[in-house]
Design a protein around this ligand. Structure first.
Ligand code: 5GP
Ligand code: ZN
Length: 137
């Protein structure tokens, strides 16, 4: 299913051209227009899911397997020193395009890409409250 006016629906389904590095029945992988580093690419399903929570498990499985495949290709061909997988859900988390996508960001020593946070500290109180709240199988 596609959504009217969704840019990633159009790109993933080939209505808008993109610098594609991989395509199959379910996904397209193409270069990000505003790359954080050399080789920054996006894994995008052809079907419209607004975010991770809307996506079915089969697509979730395929997305991570694909991330490993393209990620290892990047490690080999770009000679990068590492790779970040980034996947934003919701405006508060930095999502700007509301069609599921996973960033593949090759990392190079001292590339200065700011994919980081200020480490806090986990108090005993917070630890106990959060484990009680979130624990479960
Ligand atoms: P988000 O912030 O939602 O996780 O990431 C959206 C990403 O999509 C950004 O890195 C942005 O540069 C990229 N992007 C947005 N529009 C386009 C586009 O039309 N073409 C391509 N190739 N990338 C896009
Ligand atoms: Zn879409």
């Amino acid at each position: 299913m596609r959504e009217e006016n969704c840019i990633f629906c159009k790109i993933a389904n080939g209505e808008i051209p993109s610098a594609t590095i991989y395509e199959d029945e379910d996904f397209r992988v193409f270069l990000d227009l505003n790359p954080a580093t050399r080789g920054h690419a996006l894994i995008v399903p052809k079907e419209h899911f607004a975010n991770l929570f809307e996506m079915d498990e089969e697509h979730c499985r395929k997305a991570i397997v694909l991330a490993r495949k393209i990620g290892s290709r990047m490690m080999e061909k770009l000679g990068c020193d590492g790779l970040n997988l980034v996947q934003n859900n919701g405006e508060a988390a930095g999502q700007t395009v509301f069609h599921f996508h996973m960033h593949l960001i090759p990392r190079y020593k001292e590339d200065g890409a700011g994919i980081t946070w200020q480490p806090g500290s986990l108090t005993e109180e917070a630890r106990d409250e959060l484990t009680a709240l979130l624990a479960g199988n």
